[in-house]
Design a protein around this ligand. Structure first.
Ligand SMILES: CC(C)(COP(=O)(O)OP(=O)(O)OC[C@H]1O[C@@H](n2cnc3c(N)ncnc32)[C@H](O)[C@@H]1OP(=O)(O)O)[C@@H](O)C(=O)NCCC(=O)NCCS
Length: 233
């Protein structure tokens, strides 16, 4: 990888290496990350990935390429030999297929991609990136349980909106971590988060669910965004 990218994001232990790559000058994190020209990003993909990307529309190709590059970079930090690993394809549910013994996950937002990777040790990983800002429409009834809504109710409007977004990001990360095992849609009400300190720069969440899995989650604020990570086994 070239100097300047990826940028490494400090996630709390033990969620693995977290790489961010921006391939659109207009993407979030403009101040933190130099943009990699989209054509250059395509050229850096494994040839099979480049072939797969060529069938995608412009924005999807941009995000897909950035995600593959970020995941490959993260895998390369976990184990240098993986920097040259073969193409990262997708499984039948859309999750990236990882080399045996490793876990990883991808998220992107408008030309910015974030990926995490780690030795699996029995855990599956999920990551999600969302703007650290209130959602355009209030999603709390869809995304939050009654108990989660009660926790954020005393916050002012701005803080409550951001708190919704943070919980949304954590739940999306959890979804990606549990999906390879449960292989079905998991509703937002099926997972409950608590112990989150809203307003902080970094934190963890306690996770309860009826999914029969041990689930851990953490998050960090970075460049105007929430990066949430989860692991499940
Ligand atoms: C699949 C989903 C999580 C993707 O999230 P998103 O915010 O739309 O998009 P993101 O950019 O964050 O993530 C996209 C990446 O997720 C990964 N992904 C897609 N489907 C996946 C799956 N079933 N399992 C794990 N990872 C998956 C892919 O790597 C994809 O990027 P790629 O196609 O370029 O490789 C989301 O659309 C979804 O369906 N959520 C289900 C409901 C939910 O989250 N419930 C929470 C309950 S705890």
């Amino acid at each position: 990888m070239s100097p300047g990218w990826p940028v490494w994001i400090d996630l709390p232990d033990p969620f693995g290496w977290c790489a961010a790559i921006r391939v659109d000058p207009a993407a979030p994190a403009a101040d933190e990350l130099p943009a990699l020209e989209a054509g250059v990003a395509l050229g850096l993909l494994h040839p099979d990935e480049r072939a797969a990307a060529s069938g995608l529309g412009r924005e999807r190709r941009r995000d897909w390429s950035a995600g593959r590059l970020a995941l490959r970079a993260a895998l390369g930090r976990v184990d240098a030999s993986l920097a040259d690993h073969g193409p990262i394809s997708a499984d039948d549910r859309g999750a990236p297929r990882l080399p045996v013994g490793f876990a990883g996950s991808i998220s992107h937002k408008r030309g910015l991609a974030v990926a995490i990777a780690a030795v699996t040790e029995g855990w599956m990983l999920g990551v999600d990136v969302e703007l650290d800002a209130p959602p355009r429409v209030d999603v709390s009834r869809r995304v939050l349980t009654d108990a989660e809504r009660a926790v954020i109710a005393p916050l002012d409007d701005l803080a409550r909106g951001r708190a919704q977004m943070l919980r949304f990001a954590i739940k999306e990360a959890i979804y990606k971590a549990v999906d390879p095992r449960v292989r079905r849609y998991v509703g937002f009400q099926e997972v409950e988060l608590d112990g989150i300190e809203d307003g902080g720069a970094v934190g963890a969440a306690r996770v309860t669910s009826g999914l029969g899995m041990e689930i851990e989650a953490a998050w960090v604020r970075w460049a105007g965004m929430f990066i949430a990570a989860a692991r499940a086994r």
